[in-house]
Design a protein around this ligand. Structure first.
Ligand code: ATP
Length: 915
């Protein structure tokens, strides 16, 4: 028997028999042998039996029998771990077999009498909680009936007796909820079932009182009755038990919760019908969109819907004006509209888009599939939770395997509600109409979250991140590093269906990377409309910026998108110098940035004036209008490309001219969207003096790479989590319209690929110039700086001693009896750098003193004829407060000036129409 059992054990890889049981069985055999020797007499049961019987020689036979039988009973109980519950079970079973019909109330009352002591497991009377427990009992118990019991603190055992009878149990339970139940989970877990789901599949012969034993308070320290957790528990206990109807699904809530949770797989193998007559068809490779009049039979179908149709035979790749398309005129008009709505300029472009093989193909390594390892980890998580008495499960379908992390979904379950099955008489879990188990108590998500470090310990993970709950999913996500991590190459993202679908809609689509389930994630800069990227040094910001630039360069010609780049680090974006998309060479001097931003604001204002003159609201409207005019042969409107301003290190700019840069970035961020100007700002210093409140408020879409602390994470994405990222492109992406960030492994682009891409575009400048009949040498020069985008260095020395404002500044400081930069800014209405320069000049002239201890206000030495007004300390403090307030007002006004004073409708002049 042992041999067979051991064989089974090794086959099933689990322990079926304990050593103590083996030992017990051996002892039992010896005892039975001894008993048979005592019964049958000497020399009948063998030599061993005679040896065993030696100690009994000379004893009365009855004593020997009683002793040996007693020993047999004791050893049996220990060997098979027989408990009182087993005895009761057998008793019930026999009773049911030989019983004479249903038991009456009398019998129930009898049982009440034989119930275990009501004092069993109760807290001592001197417990500091006893008064509160008593108060809780007062609320729930019938005071008249149980007056005597109220003398004592809450007694879990009191709830056992009524629940023994299947009939009286529900009412009794409902009335006795506040009392803390007893705990004896050994029985609960000792029955060989691994999860509550097992209970759902099999019926269990467990008596009701065994379930009544469980008590969370017993295991956890949160016993304080005034603790909100316990109040909450009491509240839950008041909810009537029994089968509940499932909650009706609120579609609005559901949609809100699942929005942005996971991108739906988009099929781009098929065509998308835009209208009855026009089909948007995916172009092979990386070619632009194809528009094709639909066959007649298809066009006859009613309705104007976007729907999928079966793929048609390939059509020639053409990106031509609708006027040039030899097709029905109605179809060509619709084509033009579709082209315009797809952001495709309606003119033939002589620029060629690069082929996808400019980028490196991903290695052939396949994504890791669900493996033994993963299953073992899932079981480990579940077992760990179970060992902490947290009822939860990890299902196979809730495991997502991403390129660098694996996410396990922990579903909080709870204690199932049990009823007696009428047929078998056993306890089975209650199920609702849809077959789901109804839980008596649910596991709190916070209890799972509290085990973050314990899970990290058992999983031996470098770092784990928990997300509760995962948006749109019924589980808590535990993300651990994937040991078989792999790079996500930009090429595989750009080749994906998702990106193909996105680039049909917008020329500013960017490939972000892959999410935790390995799904490609793309973004649309036009919708963002500005992006803030932050993270510690070496976390992957520059690679992300390169991926954004490459995504644009792979799908957009200079007619579609123009770029402005600021790279104070001087080495990150230099390779893009000379590409035709650049409006001006990459700016590496901080002093030129203010000028660049001023140019951008001027361009924005110019576009606003143009749009208001034409009666369109934004760049999209302008493009539609232009497409319409082109179909009518009117070429008066010029192409307006979108402009993307990329700033690689905001901190350097904020150090140089904080107020000017902040003001201008905010102004652009607030207003530039409609004019097609977008900002991508990166910084490795996520501190509040760089990412100020104003900048954050105006740049809603953010990406956070790994940071060093939760405070930094909060500065960037308004919540912790980024400090638990892995670095090397692991990021949290927070879209403008989502409440929670999404974890993505950023697309990787090597420097060589970026170089190849830039070279591709640089080589085209000459061909393009020849195609347009321009002198290639002149074209090369032209491509460096676009007219109107020349940048000038705003030298501090610009304001010489002869500064016209110096005299007024002198007057101001004498009048106030003190001097500060912000005072001059406010009173003279100048920028920060000019005010700072004026202060320096005043100091050089000896009118004011040096700044003391880094303070802002300086003393005035030369009071002129007026003399000082003898400010007291209190006056000084008042002044500082007034000044602070004025400074904040100024910033706010500067940022929102345009909103309150929209550009006036001035007649458009010829210059503007010639853009
Ligand atoms: N998406 C990615 N996939 C794989 N590795 C990456 C990814 N992004 C970055 N890395 C790795 O991290 C290194 C540092 O990246 P990167 O230069 O972009 O950091 P950074 O945040 O710009 O740092 P700094 O602020 O110092 O410039 C890269 O050389 C690369 O090896």
């Amino acid at each position: 028997m042992f041999a067979v059992t051991r064989l089974c054990e090794s086959l099933r890889n689990e322990q079926l028999i304990r050593n103590s049981m083996v030992f017990g069985l051996v002892v039992l055999c010896l005892l039975v042998l001894l008993e048979s020797r005592l019964i049958m007499g000497p020399l009948t049961a063998g030599a061993l039996a005679d040896v065993l019987a030696l100690p009994f020689q000379g004893w009365p036979p009855a004593v020997g029998h009683v002793l040996v039988i007693g020993l047999i009973l004791v050893v049996t109980i220990f060997t098979f771990r027989i408990t009182f519950a087993h005895v009761l079970m057998v008793y019930r079973f026999i009773e049911r077999i030989i019983g004479d019909g249903p038991r009456g109330e009398e019998e129930d009352e009898e049982e009440l009498d034989v119930a275990p002591s009501r004092f069993l497991g109760q807290r001592p009377q001197f417990s500091r909680y006893s008064a509160a427990s008593k108060a809780a009992l007062d609320d729930f118990e019938d005071a008249d009936e149980r007056e005597d019991e109220l003398e004592l603190p809450s007694t879990p055992s009191r709830r056992q007796s009524p629940s023994r009878s299947g009939k009286a149990a529900p009412a009794a339970r409902a009335s006795r909820q506040p009392a803390a139940p007893l705990v004896d989970e050994e029985i609960y877990y000792d029955d060989g079932f691994n999860s509550y789901d097992d209970y759902s599949d099999k019926t269990i012969a467990i008596e009701p009182e065994e379930y009544e034993y469980e008590d969370e308070n017993y295991y956890f320290d949160d016993e304080d009755p005034l603790n909100d957790i316990n109040l909450h528990k009491q509240h839950i206990s008041m909810v009537p038990r029994g089968v509940h109807d499932p909650q009706p699904l609120d579609i609005t809530d559901h949609t809100g919760a699942t929005r942005g949770a996971r991108q739906q797989a988009l099929s781009f193998d098929d065509q998308t019908v835009i209208d009855d007559d026009v089909v948007l068809q995916p172009a092979p490779g990386n070619e632009p969109l194809i528009l094709e009049p639909k066959p007649r039979a298809e066009a006859a179908k009613p309705g104007r819907q976007i729907r999928q149709v079966a793929p048609n035979p390939p059509v020639p790749v053409q990106r031509q004006a609708s006027a040039a398309t030899p097709a029905v005129s109605a179809a060509s008009k619709k084509m033009a509209a579709a082209v315009a709505s797809a952001n495709t300029p309606n003119i033939k472009s002589s620029w060629q888009l690069p082929k996808i093989d400019v980028l490196q193909a991903p290695d052939s390594m396949k994504q890791q599939i669900f493996s033994e390892d993963t299953a073992a980890l899932a079981k480990l998580i579940q077992d760990t939770l179970r060992s902490f008495r947290v009822e939860a499960e990890v299902r196979e379908e809730d495991i997502s395997i991403g390129p660098t992390i694996i996410r396990f979904g922990i579903r909080p379950t709870g204690r199932p509600q049990m009823i007696v099955d009428e047929k078998s008489g056993k306890m089975v879990p209650v199920r609702d109409a849809s077959g789901q188990i109804v839980y008596e108590t649910r596991t709190r998500v916070s209890r799972i979250m509290a085990l973050q470090n314990d899970l990290a310990l058992v999983l031996e993970a470098k770092t784990i991140r928990m997300e509760a709950p995962v948006p749109g999913r019924p589980y808590v996500g535990v993300e651990i590093p994937n040991k078989n991590s792999r790079l996500v190459m930009l090429r595989e993202v750009l080749e994906s269906k998702e990106f193909h679908a996105a680039k049909v809609k917008s020329k500013l689509s960017i490939g972000l990377g892959k999410d935790v389930a390995g799904q490609v994630r793309v973004g649309d800069l036009a919708k963002m409309p500005h992006l803030l990227i932050a993270g510690a040094t070496g976390a992957g910001k520059s690679v992300m910026i390169n991926a954004i630039i490459a995504s644009i360069l792979m799908q957009s010609t200079p007619d579609d998108v123009r770029l402005l780049m600021v790279d104070p680090k001087m080495v990150e974006l230099n390779m893009y110098n000379g590409i035709p998309h650049l409006l001006s060479p990459v700016v590496v001097e901080v002093e030129k940035v203010v000028s660049l931003l001023k140019n951008a604001i001027a361009e924005m204002e110019r576009r606003y004036r143009l749009f208001s003159q034409l009666g369109v609201r934004n760049l999209e409207g302008y493009r539609k209008l232009r497409a319409q005019k082109l179909t009518q042969g009117d070429t008066s409107l010029n192409n307006l490309p979108a402009i993307v301003i990329i700033i690689d290190e905001l901190a350097d700019l904020m150090m140089a001219a904080p107020e000017e840069v902040e003001g201008m970035i905010c102004r652009l961020a607030q207003l530039a969207r409609a004019t097609g100007i977008h900002l991508v700002v990166a910084t490795q210093r996520p501190s509040v003096d760089v990412i100020t409140g104003l900048i954050k408020a105006n740049i809603p879409t953010r990406i956070s790479f790994m940071v060093s602390s939760a405070v930094d994470s909060r500065t960037i994405i308004d919540m912790g989590g980024a400090e638990r990222l892995l670095g090397r492109g692991d990021m949290l992406y927070l879209p403008a319209d989502a409440g929670r960030p999404e974890r993505i492994q950023g697309a990787f682009l090597s420097d060589e690929e970026a170089q190849r891409l830039a070279d591709f575009w640089r080589q085209q400048i000459v061909q393009h110039a020849l195609a347009l009949g321009i002198d290639p040498n002149a074209a090369n020069v032209q491509s460096q700086v676009e007219p109107g985008w020349e940048l000038k260095v705003e030298q501090p020395d610009e304001f010489e001693l002869e500064d016209e404002l110096l005299d007024r500044a002198e007057d101001v400081v004498r009048e106030q009896g003190r001097a500060s930069i912000s005072l001059l800014q406010r009173r003279l209405k100048v920028g920060y750098s000019r005010a700072a320069r004026l202060i320096d000049l005043l100091e050089q002239r000896g009118i004011i003193g040096q700044s003391v201890d880094g303070g802002r206000a300086r003393e005035v030495y030369d009071h002129g004829q007026r003399g000082g007004d003898g400010h007291s300390l209190a006056d000084e403090a008042d002044d500082i407060m007034v000044e602070e307030k004025a400074r904040n007002d100024f910033l706010r006004n500067q940022a929102s000036r345009f909103q309150h004073n929209p550009p006036s409708r001035t007649p458009i002049d010829d210059d503007e129409m010639d853009m």
